[in-house]
Design a protein around this ligand. Structure first.
Ligand code: COA
Length: 167
């Protein structure tokens, strides 16, 4: 059974924090290989007050956070009443098992407690899995950036901006 926590709550030492970020970066390499964020970028971002990360993990019978198996993550930013998901991913071996849904339940709770009005994100228009997840969570498309993602020898892909309003 997996658990979700804020990375800073879960890690009680700098070494544990570094180890958890390393595990997240390893999942990024697998699930977003064309655009993976590295350990240093995420470490730097997490030093900003507005940026936080939820981690889904399996304790695996271990006592120290550095030994837990990280299976999902969500890096997000809150600026006054606005919030944005910067990165989200689930380890390939654990996809379609409710991990991201579990993260959203926790994220929604945290953001509502912080009196956030809406949550935004950007997604490639060809990322059917992520779009299905976001629609299921109540997000709607509010803007489309034409040909936003451009890679050599590949057709350009639109970016969709999606938003979830909190009552
Ligand atoms: C998108 C992603 C985070 C979903 O994580 P997940 O833990 O597998 O999601 P869940 O199991 O909570 O799925 C919830 C719902 O989302 C939708 N969904 C998730 N993956 C899907 C897929 N591959 N195809 C279609 N619908 C999908 C379904 O409605 C699913 O509910 P169901 O399984 O009962 O049908 C995961 O596929 C991933 O890490 N993708 C690579 C990284 C990425 O694209 N990140 C987003 C960038 S914007």
């Amino acid at each position: 059974m997996f658990t979700v926590d804020n990375i800073n709550t879960l890690a009680s030492t700098a070494t544990e924090l570094a180890s958890l970020i390393q595990a997240v970066a390893a999942i990024e390499d697998r699930v977003q290989p064309q655009d993976a964020w590295c350990v240093q970028s995420m470490t730097d971002l997490l030093e900003q007050d507005s940026i936080n990360m939820l981690i889904v993990y399996d304790k695996n019978g271990k006592k120290e956070a550095a030994q837990y198996k990280v299976i999902g993550y969500c890096l997000y930013q809150v600026v006054f009443e606005q919030s944005e998901i910067l990165r989200i991913g689930t380890h390939p071996d654990y996809q379609r098992q409710g991990v991201a849904t579990h993260m959203f339940t926790e994220l929604n709770t945290v953001l509502k407690q912080s009196k956030v009005a809406h949550l935004m994100l950007e997604v490639r228009a060809d990322n059917k899995a992520a779009i299905a997840l976001y629609e299921r969570q109540g997000f709607s498309i509010i803007h489309q950036r034409k040909n936003y993602y451009q890679l050599p020898q590949q057709a350009a892909v639109d970016a969709l901006i999606m938003q979830l309003m909190y009552p």
